[in-house]
Design a protein around this ligand. Sequence first.
Ligand SMILES: [Zn+2]
Length: 282
Amino acid sequence: MKINAIQTGTVAITTKWREGAGRGRRRLMNTLLDREWTEPLPIYAFAIEHPEGVVVVDTGETARVSEPGYFPRWQPFFRFAVRERVEPEQEIGPQLGRLGISPSDVRLVVMTHLHTDRAGGLHHFPDNEILVSRGELDYAAGLRGRLRGYPNKRWPTWFRPTLVDLPAVPFGPFPASMPLTEAGDVTLVPVAGHSPGQLAVVVEEGDHAVLLAADSSYTQDLLLRGVVDGVGPDEAAERLTHERIRAYAAETPTVYLPAHDPETSARLAERPIAAARKEAVA
Ligand SMILES: [Zn+2]
């Protein structure tokens, strides 16, 4: 089994988006009004080369984001708080090709959630089964989804994902889970908070696990400090997700890979264990 981190361009966000400031509505206003920006952060998707077939986790962003009018002008997130940059050859399709992975090698595409930088590469997978949690699709679809910041008019017209309701089968501290492989070594777990139906993927590799954590936090440091981001609609859920991930990492040596952490690629190569730092947060 091999895990590939695929960087589909970069995104800069306001610093108070990455690390939330204040509570409730004020927190969202702080995110939008902040004039300080992060450095360009990587936008990662992943491809797990598994003996049973390739599992793609998220589809990254599209180069079309630089077209005028790609994002609705009235949408405050895109107008005031996010700047993306993606070259055509950075889209996930060409990158999978360079890894020697063809669309027919892909057994499943898992969408951790439906933000633009997860769903922008959907058009590369017209013939693949795509999994989304039912709660996430409900939240992101239609006019209400667009008002919430999910530009769903850009989803391919053929987009009819397989909806996932995670069964109440505990996986360590996670109250629900679903295996994605017969071998039982790749598992979906719920990580609500940043987005209501967000999923993470746990890859068990012998003596340790690799957690493809999506946007559970923007960096490992923010997870260990238990700091919520500036956009998630449910702060309590985000905190609970942080607690569950830390509890999981305390019982299973875990390599923590969020989708925008500048250290994710190096961490995937070197496999340092997040739990080894848990004294630091005690
Ligand atoms: Zn997101």
